[in-house]
Design a protein around this ligand. Structure first.
Ligand SMILES: [Zn+2]
Length: 659
């Protein structure tokens, strides 16, 4: 794969993962995300190419909904992070600072004119966000009118306290629960029904005045905001020239206490330069403000007792261990379970039932077992699958021992497989939840993916089931019908072929897509004649995946063929929202000022993204000169005219790529 291709792939995967993260279904472990992110940064530095949708130059995810998108009147960016107290001291130098809690919700900006609240928007991607005034007006702690009459723009965090979060979550079924108050806020601010929004008990916590007041000290402007009726972030003023330096660790700890006391979910602290003038002179990167630095707390460990290890059979037949422990309050969330990954993980920790263990919340979100204090090693590996009762086996996978169920008809695998097949990145069947699938399996209606496409045979019976009205049955059956339109990559991914992930499915599908022929037909043909060996030329596809594909295909060939008849296969471009190579083979020169794009580099990046080439000077090989001033007397314009090369405006260029 060449570097540009790799960049595009990384951007796609990272953006998918961010989307999933912000919508409460993380699909990628943090460390993997970080690794790919670093690779992307390095490649961008090496090639000098930064594509417009690169996560290194976006902040967070832009919320997709039917609410109105708005462009911010000031950039709303992230902060650089550190885990070191010394780095905070060094960062501030001899300047005065202020230290505050870093609230964990959704960044929101409020706008007051003449003392009246007239606008509110979420951060979104940092440049554009979502208008959310209607829902902000439901927050009891947001003043609608303030004594201060000049224009005021104030940034802060919309949060939901842990207590409300738990109350709302307790009422939701297991597969609908929110992972973190942040996710609940994100959903709540987007509610179209503000009455429902009001029931979410959201609060706005101000952390920076952007415009208005004296605009000298960030700290004192916030104090002023407080006297105007705002709830402000817990904060201390801080001076590097005083005893504060020695006390910094304690101040950071005290902030945590304050945050808990005020029921504010947080994910760290912020050290910021207090003087606006100095802060503004420090500037920003396109991702971070340089005037502030975020501090991440070390994970806090909590002691509890391991009461059991639960074993769950997954779709691949892996039987995954989960630690069950006595309820423990992990920074505000009562927790009783944490994944133990595999057999080796348990053995290495010498974990035993009845042991005192220490647990923590990784990145303040995912509960993890840190270690065992007693190290008794007292645990049993089940010799029978907890679902089907057939014998289990321990095998080596990479460097770890894992437990598997080898029974091909195991119902546990079936549930996992069907849930996977229905999921968003696979066949994307809306309204078919895990609990519904489980119910249908138990009723004997589902034994395979194909059975999902014959659920209408049970329509009448289904309508009589508890919790299944006429409407919801129709909705479900409609979603199933809708999913018959699919693409080869989704189809392949839905099969749960061991080792076949989403991006390999996409690569294989692309390889099988030849114009005017059926992609599934090509795939079957290739598998029958060459086998998966045919795909070896695709980067990232090696021996183990090839073997896995071949053995899966040998066993399930006729099944795959029968299943494929349920679908109408479309060209992947339509569904995958890939960027089309509309500009392939075309060469562009860009000159003059631009107004649609932020700058010429952004325009150039977009040309490359769409498959075109950018060069510096006009020659007979140039396809187009982009210049908004067609009549300009510049040398490039004259050269283009003399060579009969079309000069187009930005708008005309945009027309070109929209097609
Ligand atoms: Zn089993």
């Amino acid at each position: 794969m060449d570097k540009l291709e790799r960049i595009k792939q990384l951007i796609k995967d990272l953006n998918n993962a961010s989307y999933a993260y912000y919508n409460q279904v993380p699909i990628m472990p943090d460390y993997e995300w970080d690794k790919m992110y670093d690779e992307l940064i390095n490649l961008e530095e090496e090639t000098g190419i930064v594509l417009f949708n690169s996560p290194t130059h976006n902040v967070g995810y832009s919320i997709s909904d039917e609410l109105k998108e708005v462009k911010h009147n000031h950039p709303m960016l992230s902060l650089d992070k550190t885990k070191s107290v010394d780095e905070l001291i060094e960062f501030l130098g001899d300047k005065n600072g202020f230290l505050s809690v870093k609230c964990d919700g959704l960044t929101t900006s409020l706008h007051y004119i003449n003392g009246k609240l007239i606008g509110a928007e979420t951060r979104g991607n940092g440049v554009k966000g979502t208008e959310c005034l209607q829902n902000v007006l439901t927050m009891k702690n947001v003043p609608r009118e303030i004594p201060y009459k000049d224009e005021l723009i104030i940034d802060g965090e919309t949060i939901i306290g842990w207590d409300t979060f738990r109350e709302i979550n307790d009422k939701l079924p297991e597969d609908k629960k929110y992972k973190h108050p942040r996710n609940l806020v994100s959903g709540s601010l987007q509610l179209l029904n503000s009455k429902e929004a009001a029931s979410r008990n959201m609060r706005f916590v101000a952390w920076r005045v952007i415009k208005g007041f004296e605009h000298k000290s960030v700290f004192f402007d916030l104090k002023r905001a407080e006297s105007n009726g705002f709830e402000i972030v817990p904060m201390w003023s801080y001076s590097n020239n005083s005893s504060d330096k020695e006390n910094l660790s304690k101040m950071l700890e005290d902030l945590r206490y304050e945050a808990d006391f005020h029921n504010i979910p947080y994910d760290g602290a912020v050290m910021a330069v207090d003087d606006y003038k100095i802060a503004e002179s420090m500037g920003r990167t396109d991702k971070y403000f340089r005037h502030s630095k975020a501090y991440k707390y070390e994970d806090e460990l909590f002691e509890t007792v391991l009461t059991d290890i639960e074993w769950n059979t997954s779709k691949t037949g892996l039987i995954n261990p989960v630690a069950i422990f006595e309820p423990v309050d992990l920074n505000g969330a009562i927790t009783t379970r944490a994944t133990l990954h595999n057999v080796t993980y348990i053995k290495d920790m010498m974990l035993g039932i009845g042991d005192r263990i220490r647990v923590y919340r990784s990145n303040m979100v995912i509960p993890k077992v840190h270690d065992s204090i007693d190290k008794s090693g007292n645990f049993n590996i089940p010799d029978k699958c907890p679902i089907c009762g057939q014998p289990t086996r321990i095998i080596k996978e990479n460097d770890s021992e894992v437990l598997i169920c080898e029974n091909p008809d195991c119902k546990g695998k079936l549930l996992g497989r069907l849930v996977h097949a229905a999921s968003r990145n696979a066949l994307d069947i809306e309204n078919l939840s895990e609990s519904t699938i489980e119910k249908f399996i138990n009723l004997g209606w589902l034994n395979s993916i194909q059975d999902m496409y014959h659920l209408s045979d049970h329509e009448n019976e289904m309508k009589t089931l508890d919790g299944f009205g006429k409407k919801s049955v129709e909705k479900l059956l409609n979603s199933i019908e809708k999913s018959r339109k699919t693409t080869l990559d989704r189809f392949l991914f839905s099969l749960s072929v061991p080792l076949l992930g989403k991006s390999a499915s996409q690569d294989i599908a692309e390889n099988c897509t030849i114009e005017n022929t059926s992609s599934i037909g090509n795939f079957m043909q290739i598998m029958i004649t060459d086998g998966a060996e045919h795909f070896r030329s695709i980067s990232g596809i090696g021996d183990s995946l090839i073997n896995s594909l071949n053995s899966y295909f040998n066993i399930h060939c006729s099944e795959i063929f029968e299943l494929s008849k349920e679908f109408k296969f479309e060209s992947p471009n339509i569904v995958l929202d890939e960027i089309p190579n509309t500009l392939q083979g075309k060469t562009f020169v860009v000159t003059g000022s631009v107004h649609h794009y932020k700058n010429r580099d952004e325009l150039k990046a977009d040309i490359v993204t769409h498959g075109g080439t950018v060069v510096g000077s006009v020659s007979s090989k140039t396809s187009y000169l982009i210049n908004n001033d067609i009549n300009s007397a510049s040398s490039k314009n004259q050269k283009a005219k003399s060579l009969n090369i079309p000069i187009i405006s930005e708008e005309e260029f945009l027309q070109m790529i929209i097609k």
